[in-house]
Design a protein around this ligand. Structure first.
Ligand code: AMP
Ligand code: MN
Ligand code: MN
Length: 322
């Protein structure tokens, strides 16, 4: 695929969706594509965007009020585009709409992508889906709204240009985007660093209760449902906890889990060195990237952590060479 518009010339109805529990890259890529198509396709083209509820602080791109939060099975789209989703089930409630569509496109950057669409455009060395999308857009058609959306995705998936997925190309694209007027200082503070009081309390609690295992090479922390209810917090309020755990001195792997249902945990893992956490997540049905991956696991907290540690210890003792 060279330019996205070439694939969509004939389409009269287009659906777009990103993954469950949308993050900055998911929201940024969905909003950027939505505005790009609205600006460049005929007025009568129907374009619908599906996403789960998005955190307030990530609603910085205009038009998030147009997002549809449910799909009523009535429409069959000419083309449906999945963004930032490594497998079809990651689309959540929008999976039905995707499966019913005549044509499907999958645009992503996860190495674990299962190529589930008719057209698959997966660039696994790209920092973010927004970086992939930038190359599918014509630069002169990118206005400040689209630039803001793309910039949002790039800063969130690179941890503001510090993760190892940041490349010269990432920086060049970011440079092009800021030349269009993206209010980057404010965006980075308000969407990335800003925390509510409750978020800070949860972060503090998780740091306080974290434990070191595997001879200090692994840090583990967790939060249960009761605690989330006590703070009236949602999963979005836990963003960033894993990143703070990761920057503990001497750590190879950080694990953060939170209870989603009785005996069900959402697992986040981050690696500093040679451990491939995507491999661990994939073993338990999840996915992600070599240094940032996740999965959902069943069982008691004790069993979930132990099962993860067996795999991490195995990689540590084999020096990442297996
Ligand atoms: P997280 O720890 O949730 O921030 O996720 C880290 C990375 O792993 C992201 O790139 C996610 O897309 C991916 N990921 C997280 N959970 C899952 C899952 N259940 N299945 C596949 N990929 C996941
Ligand atoms: Mn994402
Ligand atoms: Mn992404």
């Amino acid at each position: 695929m060279r330019y996205i518009l070439e694939e969509l010339k004939e389409a009269k109805t287009i659906g777009i969706a990103g993954h469950v529990r949308p993050d900055g890259d998911c929201i940024g890529s969905c909003m950027a594509l939505y505005h790009y198509l609205k600006n460049n396709l005929p007025d009568e083209t129907i374009i619908d965007l599906y996403l789960e509820t998005i955190p307030d602080k990530l609603s910085v791109v205009p038009g998030t009020d147009l997002i549809k939060h449910e799909f009523h099975n009535e429409r069959q789209y000419d083309i449906f585009i999945s963004l930032d989703s490594s497998s079809i089930d990651r689309l959540g409630f929008a999976m039905d709409a995707f499966q019913k569509s005549v044509n499907t496109i999958n645009i992503d950057h996860h190495i674990s992508n299962t190529n589930f669409a008719k057209i698959n455009h997966v660039v696994d060395y790209a920092s973010s889906t927004c970086e992939v999308l930038y190359d599918l857009f014509e630069d002169d058609k990118i206005d400040i709204t689209i630039a803001t959306a793309l910039y949002l995705g790039i800063i969130h998936d690179t941890g503001v240009f510090k993760h190892s997925n940041t490349t010269e190309k990432t920086m060049n694209i970011a440079g092009k985007l800021i030349s269009k007027g993206v209010p980057f200082s404010r965006m980075i503070d308000e969407t990335f660093y800003l925390k509510s009081y409750v978020q800070n309390q949860l972060l503090g609690r998780c740091l306080l209760e974290s434990i070191l295992v595997l001879g200090g090479k692994c840090i583990v922390s967790s939060i249960n449902k009761k605690m989330l209810e006590f703070y009236d917090a949602s999963s979005g309020d836990l963003d960033g906890i894993i990143d703070q755990l990761r920057v503990t001195d001497g750590i190879e792997v950080a694990i953060f889990v939170y209870e989603t249902n009785f005996h069900e945990y959402k697992v986040s893992m981050r690696a500093n060195g040679f451990v491939d956490v995507r491999k661990v997540a994939a073993y338990f049905g999840g996915g992600g990237h070599i240094k940032a991956a996740g999965c959902t696991m069943q069982g008691s907290l004790h069993d979930v952590i132990n099962n993860l540690l067996i795999h991490i210890e195995h990689q540590l003792t084999n020096n990442g060479m297996e």
